[in-house]
Design a protein around this ligand. Structure first.
Ligand code: NAD
Length: 418
């Protein structure tokens, strides 16, 4: 039995699990070639011969199209469904036409509603900030709703019915150039928002973190992003009443009695309760630079989360080092992934940083309950950066660095495992 399953709410992981991987397009095969031997060496370093991963290659993207004529073959979807946990490199998405983003398709196909992006600073990493170590956050980005539903109408005939609907609703006058406008729909639901916020709260509680911040643009998009905030607070107050204290509660108390509100807030902090707060997205971006230490876990709708997770990644070294995962905490399905794209201009140069997929692998080992392997991998990455043995992207920014190729960097990390 090599299949990872979920039974009674628990992942069941055999000693030799099959884990599918999609090496991906562009630089994907180069970073994967650096990562997989490291993963195997880390598993052996921890468990000897008692555990091992059976990596199963799957086709997707350009490689799949060349081999099968399909971008996302059914065999790949079947293997992902059977094996529950997988890892992938980047996949090409043609802009302004062609097929839909394969990443978005995978997230929607397997209902991977939480995009999990931890942001951690490794000492010695080049950063635009003076104190990058203060940026220590975990972003939970909603992955299945919002503008990413991909419902768009071109100007003219395609949007005619929508314009009629808006006219009947007295909304069309709000559109400055109605005939010329393309339209997009932004579905955000109570269930979609609450299951994402639940993931963030569960994570914060399990890891004893101080706060969850709902980042939203509800001042403008009152029913969609405002709904996300409202439903998030409602979930926190209804489901976690004994464990959390919300800014919503604070504001309600303060309306009648400021002193009582302050006292309640202080008492909650002293009792170690998880603080649930909110901030408007534009303010979040400036606060995240000026005072990042005020944020811990962040929960946010899809588009905000896309921007936020890359911006925060830049604060601690960039997308070349930022790990990520797409998870359905109910079914257990999870795809861990490099957060950067295919970097087409660097293909075949064996030059870029494989750390994003390597740290995503560490997240995968945490997820399947092999945390010692994850720790070993992170320690190796930390050691290599401290010793200034890095790939080109960091070497050009660290005085006195030794520049390693993608493959040599992977091999160097293996030497740092013991
Ligand atoms: P990109 O991430 O491929 O590259 C942007 C820049 O980031 C690169 O020029 C490079 O300077 C830097 N970079 C990327 N990966 C790096 C690494 N491993 N190490 C160091 N630096 C790195 O983004 P793009 O150029 O906007 O997109 C190229 C293609 O990738 C597009 O087809 C896009 O749709 C796709 N894409 C895929 C994913 C995914 O599969 N998850 C994510 C983003 C973009």
């Amino acid at each position: 039995m090599t299949v990872i399953t979920k039974q009674n709410g628990q992942l069941k992981v055999p000693a030799q699990p099959t884990i599918p991987f999609i090496a991906g397009d562009g630089i994907g095969p180069e970073i994967w070639a650096a990562a997989q031997p490291l993963f195997d060496a880390a598993v052996t370093a921890v468990y000897g011969a008692t555990k091992a991963v059976d990596w199963q290659p799957l086709l997707a993207g350009e490689a799949a199209f060349k081999a099968t004529g399909e971008w996302l073959p059914q065999a790949t979807l079947d293997a992902l469904k059977t094996n529950l946990v997988a890892i992938k490199g980047p996949l090409t998405t043609p802009i302004g036409g062609g097929h839909r983003s394969l990443n978005v398709t995978l997230r929607q196909k397997f209902d991977l509603y939480a995009c999990f992006r931890p942001i951690h600073y490794f000492a010695g990493t080049p950063s635009p900030l003076k104190q990058p170590e203060k940026t220590e956050m975990v972003v939970f980005r909603e992955n299945t709703e919002d503008i990413y539903a991909g419902i768009e109408y071109a100007p003219g005939a395609a949007s005619a019915q929508l314009r009629q609907l808006l006219a009947a609703d007295q909304q069309l006058s709000k559109v400055r150039f109605p005939e010329e406008s393309a339209f997009a729909l932004k579905p955000i639901s109570k269930s979609g928002s609450q299951r994402l916020v639940k993931s963030a709260i569960d994570y914060a509680l399990a890891n004893h973190l101080p706060s969850v911040t709902l980042v939203h643009k509800g001042n403008i998009m009152k029913l969609t992003e405002g709904g996300f905030k409202k439903w998030g607070y409602a979930l926190a107050e209804q489901t976690y009443a004994d464990q959390v204290f919300t800014w919503e509660t604070y504001r309600r108390l303060a309306e009648t009695d400021q002193t009582a509100a302050d006292a309640a807030y202080q008492a909650a902090q002293q009792a170690g309760k998880l603080i649930i707060k909110d901030v408007i997205t534009d303010n979040f971006f400036q606060q995240a630079l000026i005072a990042p230490e005020q944020f811990s876990v962040v929960a946010t709708p899809n588009l905000n989360g896309d921007y936020i997770s890359d911006a925060l990644a830049a604060q601690v070294g960039g997308i070349g080092i930022a790990p990520g995962a797409n998870i359905n905490y109910e079914t257990g399905a999870a795809i861990f992934e490099a957060t950067h794209g295919t970097a087409p201009q660097f293909v075949g140069q064996n030059k870029l940083n494989p750390t994003s997929i390597i740290l995503s692998g560490a997240l995968l080992f945490d997820y399947i309950g092999w945390p010692e392997v994850a720790t070993k991998i992170r320690q190796a990455v930390a050691a290599a950066i401290l010793q200034k043995h890095v790939t080109w992207d960091f070497a050009t920014k660290i005085p006195g660095a030794t520049q390693l190729s993608t493959s040599d960097f992977g091999a160097y990390l293996i030497t740092q495992l013991s």
